[in-house]
Design a protein around this ligand. Structure first.
Ligand code: SF4
Length: 404
């Protein structure tokens, strides 16, 4: 008879730096009460050993240049059909203007992701990169999910590999590893029929890493997934990282249910209203134990979890506070009520309140500036318009005819 595997045995293995299996992770995802407490303490210890006590953040701006999309993912409250009154589309010069404004406020990165607008030219994403890098050569362009890369490649009638190479030539710095949700086709077909497949997501991420384009990695939880799905997802990401080394970070993302069509319109039976606080903490802790230092950085999402819970997750294995965002739209549209901008000084305040020291980083985790116990002279935070203001304004109304 084999040895009985219980949570303590798995925690000891993790403390010894051993690689956990998917079955180990699945069991950890059931931890409750005192088991959960020991899991959190173990994750905090491993985080300290692997990456130290500083908590990093990046000054960036999200530019979601259109909310018009040809797909209908069940969790997405951001997208609009091309005839919808609230559909908007920023022309390239407006995206550049927003990036310049962000750089003026100290941003080192712009994060560009959007809906898949109908009838855009296949070269659109490449033209956008080129325009941004021409105007702002030193800004890091963190842009386009694997879904958008696939869309651009399909419109251009080329392979995603060729399209990625063209994006890199045009100045793309890194890719958000979004559109991952849960990398299991059964789950994907239920919550987002027609979404990029698991195989295509992996193919595009691997191709990006081979080309020297780093990516982040993500997982959306708190909907219909089970502990088995979460465990397999984490092990899959770890396997890719062991092969390519191209992931900069892992970002668990709580499902925001309020306005998500699959919840609000009961489109998916059994869908849960997002994760509980315990679930969020548990996901962070198990992620740290499975990823150890292989994917060294585990990022909280203040926009999904709120800054208070995000700060608590720093004691459950996380070491990065994410970006300032300036115009977060996607979670805000889904009903997250934590705002669309967290000023750098507010990030530092939350990090210090969690008993840790803040450090500003680049997109690829180069430390740009360390901070001490307090800010000498906190600067005034700038103001940016909300998603609602963007959709209500007629200034950038989407006109499909513009591309025909
Ligand atoms: S998640 Fe992305 S692809 Fe899916 S509907 Fe929303 S904007 Fe479109």
């Amino acid at each position: 008879m084999g040895a009985v595997v219980n949570i303590d045995v798995i925690l000891d293995r993790a403390l010894a730096g051993l690689e956990l299996s998917a079955a180990d992770a699945e069991l950890l995802f059931t931890a409750q009460g005192s088991d959960l407490q020991r899991l959190l303490e173990t994750a905090d210890h491993i985080r300290r050993e692997r990456v130290g006590d500083h908590v990093t953040y990046v000054v960036n701006r999200n530019i979601n240049f259109t909310n018009v999309c040809v797909k209908r993912c069940g969790f997405c409250a951001f997208s609009r059909g091309h005839r919808a009154e609230e559909g908007y589309f920023f022309p390239i010069e407006e995206v550049v203007r927003r990036a310049q404004e962000a750089a003026g406020h100290g941003a080192t990165e712009v994060c560009v992701q959007a809906g898949l607008a109908p009838r855009i030219p296949g070269s659109f994403y490449i033209d956008l990169c080129r325009a941004l890098k021409t105007a702002l050569p030193s800004i890091h362009l963190h842009a386009f999910s694997p879904e958008e890369v696939l869309y651009g490649a399909t419109l251009s009638e080329c392979t995603p590999e060729d399209y990625l190479a063209r994006l890199k030539d045009a100045g793309l710095g890194s890719l958000p590893g979004t559109a991952a949700e849960i990398l299991d086709d059964q789950v994907r077909d239920t919550i987002s029929p027609g979404r990029i497949t698991t195989a295509d997501w992996i193919r595009i991420i691997r191709a990006a890493h081979r080309l020297g384009i780093p990516t982040s990695s993500t997982m959306m939880f708190g909907h219909i997934e089970t502990p088995r799905h979460l465990a397999s997802h984490l092990v899959l990401l770890r396997d890719i990282q062991n092969e390519t080394g191209g992931f900069t970070e892992f970002v668990p993302l709580s499902f925001i249910h309020q306005q998500a069509p699959m919840y609000a319109r009961s489109l998916v039976p059994g869908v849960r209203p997002g994760p509980s606080q315990d679930e969020v903490m548990r996901v962070y802790a198990v992620s740290r134990l499975v990823l150890q230092g292989v994917i060294a950085n585990v990022q909280v999402s203040w926009v999904k979890q709120g800054p208070s819970l995000a700060a608590q997750c720093l004691a459950a294995g996380a070491n990065d506070f994410g970006g300032t965002l300036m115009n977060e739209s996607i979670s805000t549209a889904a009903g997250a009520d934590h705002g669309h901008f967290l000023a750098p000084q507010d990030m530092r305040r939350w990090i210090r309140a969690a008993g840790r020291m803040p450090a500003e980083r680049s997109t690829t985790y180069r430390i740009l500036r360390m901070f001490g116990e307090s800010d000498e002279m906190p600067e005034a935070a700038p103001m940016f318009e909300s998603y609602r203001q963007i959709t209500q304004s007629s200034e950038f109304r989407f006109r499909a005819a513009a591309f025909s």
